[in-house]
Design a protein around this ligand. Structure first.
Ligand SMILES: C[S@@+](CC[C@H](N)C(=O)[O-])C[C@H]1O[C@@H](n2cnc3c(N)ncnc32)[C@H](O)[C@@H]1O
Length: 414
C-alpha cells in the first residue's frame, strides 16, 4: 500500500514515521508513505497557500490551486483514493479503516486555518473524514490517526494478528476488560472467572463484560449491534399469579378481558410463539377460554376482523408460569424467563443488552405482571430482568397493555 500526505507542516511526521511498529512496517515494505509540502505546489512566488474568505469573516482559507495541483500530480500515474481530513467529514471508524486497508493508494489532505476552499471537496476529493466531534488546528494529527488505524490492519504489520480479532469495534462491541499480573494489587483483585483456566467460561465472561461495557459507554453502539443479531424466539405471558399487592406482598389478580385480547394482538404483531394467560383460578381460566371460543367459533372473525382471530389463536391459559415453561419446552429445547418491572432492579438489562445476550435456539417468555406488577418471587427467579420504561417524572403506572406494547417494540421492533 502507498499513502501520500499533503501538508504545510511535513516535518510533523518525522518522528511519527520513524518510531515503533510503523517504522518497522515501512522498513519491511509493508507500506510506503510520502509526505509532501503543499507549498511546493503553489504557483505564486511567496509560496502562499491561503487567502481571505470570500464574503468576509474571520481567518484564512486554504486555496484550491496548490491542493488541486498537488493531487493531480500525485495521481498522474495511478489512481488513488483521496481523503480530506475535516471536522465536517463522516466519522472515521474501524469499519472505514478496514475499507481503506484494502485500497492500493491513499492521498490524505491536511487542512489548516479555517479549512480548505470548498471546490477541493467538490472536485478533487473522494471523501471527507473526521476524527470526532472536536476541532483540531490542522489535519496532520487526524492523518496520523488514519495511517495508524489502517496500517496495523495490513498483513504482517502487527506481530499477533489474532489480537486484532476481539478488539473494540471489530465485532460491533467495545473490548472486554483486560488484566495482567499481579493477581492482587493492594487489595484490588482480578475477576475469578479469568483465573479459572476454563476456556469456555472465560469466553462467556468476556462476551458478557463486552456487552456491559458497550451498554455503559456507548449505548447507541450496543443498540446497533443488537439490531443486527437474529431475533430471539419468544412468547409472552400475562401473569395473574404471583403478582404484587399494594404492600409488596403477593396475591392473585383477576383477568381483564381487554388485556387478554390486546396482548394477543401485540404479541402476534411482534412475532410471539404464544400468549400465555397465567391464572390458577379455574373460573378465570374458563373465562379466557370462552373469549377465545367467542372469537374463533362464533364467527365473529368473519363479521368483524379475521386478523383478530389469528391473534387470538396465540392464547393459551395455563395455571402457572412453570406450566407455560413446560409448554414452551415442547417447541424449544431451552426456555428462559424475562421479567419486566416498573421499578429499578439490581442487575437489570436494557433491551439492547438482552438482545446481545440471547442465544439462538432459546425461547424466552417475556412476563408482564397485572395488579402491582410481577410478584417478587417471580422476578427473582427470572433469568433476566428488563430495565423499566421511564416516563417524564415520578408517576410510573403504565397499564399492562401499554407497557407490553412499548417493551415488545423495544425488544423486537425494527
Ligand atoms: C481549525 S480546523 C478548521 C475548522 C473549520 N473552520 C470548521 O469549523 O469546520 C483546520 C483543519 O484541521 C483539520 N481538522 C480539525 N478538526 C478535525 C477533526 N475533528 N477531524 C479531522 N480533521 C480535523 C482539518 O483538516 C481542518 O481543515
Amino acid at each position: 500500500m502507498r499513502i501520500d500526505v499533503l501538508s504545510i507542516f511535513p516535518g510533523l511526521f518525522d518522528s511519527f514515521l520513524g518510531e515503533s511498529l510503523l517504522a518497522k512496517a515501512l522498513e519491511k515494505n509493508i507500506l510506503s508513505i510520502g509526505v509532501h509540502d503543499l507549498r511546493a505546489y503553489t504557483d505564486n512566488k511567496h509560496k502562499k497557500v491561503d487567502d481571505a474568505p470570500f464574503g468576509g469573516g474571520a481567518g484564512m482559507v486554504m486555496g484550491v490551486q496548490p491542493i488541486a495541483d498537488a493531487i493531480d500530480a500525485l495521481k498522474k500515474d495511478s489512481p488513488a483514493k483521496t481523503i480530506l481530513l475535516s471536522p465536517r467529514g463522516a466519522p472515521f471508524t474501524q469499519a472505514k479503516a478496514r475499507e481503506l486497508a484494502n485500497e492500493q493508494r491513499l492521498i490524505l489532505v491536511c487542512g489548516r486555518y479555517e479549512g480548505v476552499d470548498e471546490r477541493v471537496v467538490e472536485h478533487w476529493v473522494d471523501e471527507e473524514l473526521s476524527l470526532g466531534d472536536f476541532v483540531l488546528n490542522g489535519g496532520e494529527v487526524a492523518a496520523m490517526a488514519v495511517i495508524e488505524a489502517v496500517f496495523r490492519l495490513l498483513p504482517g504489520a502487527v506481530g499477533c494478528e489474532g489480537s486484532l480479532e476481539h478488539e473494540s469495534f471489530e465485532r460491533g462491541l467495545l473490548e472486554y476488560p483486560q488484566y495482567t499480573r499481579p493477581e492482587n494489587f493492594r487489595g484490588h483483585t482480578v475477576p475469578e472467572e479469568l483465573l479459572s483456566g476454563h476456556h469456555a467460561n472465560i469466553e462467556k465472561w468476556r462476551y458478557a463484560e463486552a456487552v456491559k461495557k458497550t451498554q455503559k459507554m456507548r449505548p447507541g453502539l450496543l443498540e446497533q449491534f443488537a439490531a443486527q443479531r437474529p431475533r430471539p424466539r419468544f412468547s409472552v405471558a400475562l401473569v395473574h399469579h404471583p403478582v404484587a399487592n399494594k404492600e409488596g406482598g403477593e396475591m392473585t389478580s383477576s383477568i381483564t378481558t381487554l388485556d387478554v385480547h390486546d396482548l394477543a394482538r401485540t404479541g402476534k404483531t411482534y412475532g410471539a410463539q404464544r400468549a400465555y394467560i397465567v391464572t390458577p383460578v379455574e373460573d378465570q381460566a374458563l373465562l379466557t377460554d370462552r373469549m377465545k371460543k367467542h372469537w374463533r367459533e362464533e364467527d365473529v372473525a368473519k363479521r368483524m376482523d379475521s386478523r383478530r382471530a389469528e391473534a387470538i389463536e396465540l392464547l393459551k391459559t395455563v395455571p402457572s408460569v412453570e406450566i407455560a415453561v413446560a409448554d414452551a419446552k415442547r417447541r424449544s429445547k431451552k426456555v428462559k424467563l424475562l421479567a419486566t418491572t416498573a421499578s429499578r432492579f439490581p442487575g437489570a438489562v436494557s433491551p439492547g443488552q438482552w438482545r446481545a445476550m440471547a442465544v439462538e435456539g432459546e425461547e424466552w417468555i417475556v412476563m408482564f405482571g397485572t395488579a402491582y406488577g410481577l410478584g417478587k418471587s417471580l422476578v427473582e427467579r427470572a433469568d433476566a430482568v428488563l430495565t423499566p420504561i421511564e416516563g417524564a417524572g415520578e408517576f410510573n403506572h403504565l397499564p399492562v397493555r401499554g407497557a407490553s406494547a412499548i417493551i415488545l417494540d423495544r425488544l423486537f421492533g425494527r
